[in-house]
Design a protein around this ligand. Structure first.
Ligand SMILES: Cc1cc2nc3c(=O)[nH]c(=O)nc-3n(C[C@H](O)[C@H](O)[C@H](O)COP(=O)(O)O)c2cc1C
Length: 364
């Protein structure tokens, strides 16, 4: 009889399981960062360097994990980050991860580059936020916004750190291209061939985004989007506090402090390092979320203690999807919830809001 592998004890355990089942080039596509992967490594190092001072004698029995994001109560101060092409990881793709998020009571952010149409993702139930990439074709941007809203998406998250794709050397060296069964299902197929073309020394995914994304996104475009969108609006990919202040002034509902998991500008700072300055800069005018490197409940506690309202979780959700489909993703979110509950208890916090009053020491 084959041995049953032990249940994952941490989100990192899902990475091992995913790596065992995925083609090496797909693993590299999700795991990799840009350039020398300096920012990718810095994200983890910076989170590890944040020490949180626990409060004691706080009389906390079982803390609540609920938090308000965009005016709605969520089961956790967490959302599943937007991530492209999830059918690379599992045949069920985006609807499986969206259903797991719904079961866990957290929002799922559907990428513009989903491999299943937005309508089939919202049909999985739960709260779906739509992530918008700024496309060269403004009419297509309008169509996507209308489709997402008609499908029931409850917020729009515009990603502003991808004027072009970062130079992801693993994908270049692997000449990475999408397999035939995976495509950008929300976009018209006319540039589809670019994402599937296996050209030596070229990332086909980068070639495709280069053709369809509009690099010169500006503040006037954000203001246009704010005026056009009645849903809550988040801006993802902010690192400079001056940009955060300007976004808050433009009336966004949240900024997401993100370096895209180390996949865009290599040499950009770790998000945990700039988060406190961003929190100060927006000064309560909008919410602040953070991603890039979050790997467990302790990291969620660290982000809250640094002033965030919540986090997005990226790669760990892809690991769990690859390893076990919807059930795997659900198990990963349950583990994250249990870890957060333990971290709050150990820090003497009755809920995530209390964690935002904790003190931190960086570097110790
Ligand atoms: C495979 C992959 C695909 C991604 N696709 C998108 C995307 O389509 N839109 C987007 O805004 N961010 C995308 N991201 C970035 C994530 O939303 C998030 O910022 C990042 O993964 C967070 O870092 P973490 O993976 O270390 O948690 C992607 C990340 C990965 C790993």
């Amino acid at each position: 009889m084959a041995d049953t592998p032990p249940a994952p004890a941490s989100l990192a355990d899902f990475a091992d399981a995913a790596r065992a089942v995925l083609p090496a080039t797909v693993w590299d596509f999700i795991d990799g960062g840009s350039g020398t992967e300096t920012t990718l490594r810095a994200n983890r190092a910076a989170l590890d360097a944040v020490a949180v001072l626990p409060r004691v004698l706080a009389g906390v029995d079982t803390p609540a994990t609920t938090a308000r994001l965009l005016g709605r109560e969520q089961a956790l101060p967490v959302a599943v980050a937007p991530m492209a092409y999830q059918r690379l990881l599992h045949p069920d793709g985006e609807p499986a991860l969206a259903a797991a998020a719904a079961e866990a009571g957290v929002p799922y952010v559907a990428s513009t580059l989903s491999s299943v149409p937005i309508e089939e993702i919202t049909a999985a139930g739960g709260q779906v936020w739509f992530q918008l990439y700024w496309l060269r074709d403004r009419q297509l941007v309008c169509d996507l916004l209308d489709r997402a809203q008609a499908a029931g998406a409850t917020a729009v998250m515009v990603t502003v750190d991808v004027p072009v794709l970062g130079r992801r050397l693993r994908d270049v060296r692997n000449s990475f291209a999408l397999p035939p069964h995976v495509a950008a299902a929300n976009l018209p197929g006319d540039r589809d061939d670019l994402a599937h073309a296996g050209t030596p020394g070229v990332s086909a995914v980068a070639a495709h985004t280069g053709a369809v994304f509009a690099p010169a996104l500006g503040w006037a475009d954000l203001e246009w989007l704010r005026a056009r969108t009645t849903s809550p609006l988040l801006v993802k990919g902010i690192l400079d506090p001056r940009d955060a202040a300007r976004a808050a002034q433009a009336g966004v509902d949240a900024v997401v402090v993100s370096n895209h998991g180390g996949r865009q500008l290599d040499g950009a700072p770790a998000t945990a390092r700039v988060l406190p300055e961003v929190v100060t800069a927006v000064d309560g005018r909008c919410q602040v979320l953070m991603d890039s490197g979050v790997r467990g409940g302790t990291d969620v506690l660290r982000a809250l203690a640094l002033g965030a309202d919540g986090v997005l979780v990226g790669r760990p959700m892809l690991w769990a999807l690859a390893a076990g489909g919807r059930a795997g993703a659900r198990a990963a979110l349950e583990l994250l919830a249990a870890e957060l509950r333990d971290a709050l208890t150990l820090a003497g916090c009755a809920d995530p809001a209390a964690a935002r009053t904790l003190r931190t020491i960086t570097g110790g």
